[in-house]
Design a protein around this ligand. Structure first.
Ligand code: HEM
Length: 140
């Protein structure tokens, strides 16, 4: 239960970062004055390196710990767990891609519009809903 509690705390802070970072990209892509651009670079770097990535490591680490400890024996044959793990691969790919976008902004070579980032920002919402429904309802 302690592992699960910290797994969920890590998940909440991970998603806080995954929701807020692309939002910063939206405003960064709309900015044209140097003071704002410099401020967004600092905010993005601190959010990604200070909160989002450590939270991802905690969530994934504790999730794997629970799998090894008891959950694989209990649920290893359940389809929901396999689908959940597949969606987490997509979530990690999204996280890594956010790091690439952050690096592009850092070197002033962003190529996407603020509208593109608004759509990009919706992807973790879909993944969050799907993963929570699978983990809690265990429908299959
Ligand atoms: C590699 C990453 C992950 C692994 C290996 C993993 C694995 C696990 C395991 C083994 C459990 C315990 C299942 C049980 O006792 O019922 C669990 C619980 C849970 N996980 Fe994950 N998880 C991962 C990432 C995530 C993410 C990203 C989310 C949310 C988006 C999430 C949401 C949940 C929830 C809500 C529960 C509680 C389910 C319940 O007790 O009803 N997990 N996870």
């Amino acid at each position: 239960m302690w592992l699960k509690a910290w797994h969920l705390i890590g998940m909440v802070t991970w998603f806080a970062g995954l929701f807020y970072l692309p939002r910063l990209f939206v405003y960064h892509a709309m900015s044209d004055d140097q003071a704002s651009i410099d401020r967004f670079k600092v905010m993005e770097r601190k959010l990604y390196n200070g909160i989002t990535t450590p939270s991802a490591v905690i969530t994934v680490g504790l999730g794997i710990w629970m799998l090894v400890d008891y959950a694989w024996a209990a649920f290893g044959s359940h389809l929901w767990l396999h689908i959940k793990l597949g969606l987490i691969v997509l979530l990690i790919a999204y996280h890594v891609y956010c790091g690439k976008l952050l690096n592009d902004f850092k070197h002033d070579r962003n190529t996407h519009s603020h509208v593109w980032y608004r759509w990009f920002n919706e992807m973790p919402v879909v993944l969050l809903i799907a993963i929570i429904l699978l983990a809690v309802i265990k429908p299959v």
